[in-house]
Design a protein around this ligand. Sequence first.
Ligand code: GLP
Length: 245
Amino acid sequence: MTDLAHQSDWPSSKHALVRDAILSMLDELDVGDALPSERRLAASLGVSRPTLRAVVDELVREGLLLRRHGSGTYVAEPKIALPLMMTSFSEDMARRGMKPSSRVVSFDVTTAGAKLGQRLNLSPMDEVWVITRLRLADDETMAIEWLHAPRKLLPDLRREELASRSFYDLLRERRGIVIAKGVQTIEPTVTSLQEAELLGVPLHAPAFLFERTTESEDGRVVEFVRSVYRGDRYRLVTELRPPRR
Ligand code: GLP
């Protein structure tokens, strides 16, 4: 029989202890601060360099540390804890004291067709906006969103407006349409070449894929959105409650 605790690739308790020690060290450091060199850190924690390296690699993968080749290891920006609620990107970022903005990558009108028509509750010949936005917070890339919305909701929408304005705000201000509820799916994914280039992350970087269909208070479907959120900048938070009986 194999004793798992003695397999070399099984996270040992030493690994967990070193991890805890580094995590408490991170509490004392600021974003962008450098970690001591691997040699010094291994010596001060009394562990071998391979053990230390395995822990640091893990924290880099989790996005807590950032490794710059030839330079060292640094404290990364904390991830944004995204509550799974019916909010807009702009609202979420503003609540965190960050400035939301968008780069409108493409801005088109097309006919809905069968599938999108069904999703948006439109006839296949109805016009829809198909808009790609790169979403930024304090000028840092966060997500890409492919928005599909019935054109009749905002027939005169202009490309420039979406660079600085919230789609949900425009719906409310111009048409009195208030977002009420939606259905969202979340899947893990990795970035494609195009996504990686837009987001400025490596190819095949971890990311979250969201698909959301949103309804207004008066029961109209206002959007179908596919979005890719950076996995190194987000973690998802859900509040858990007992099921309703
Ligand atoms: C979130 C949602 C999208 C929605 C967007 C609106 O990111 N995932 O479905 O379209 O917010 O954001 P804003 O109102 O900032 O344009």
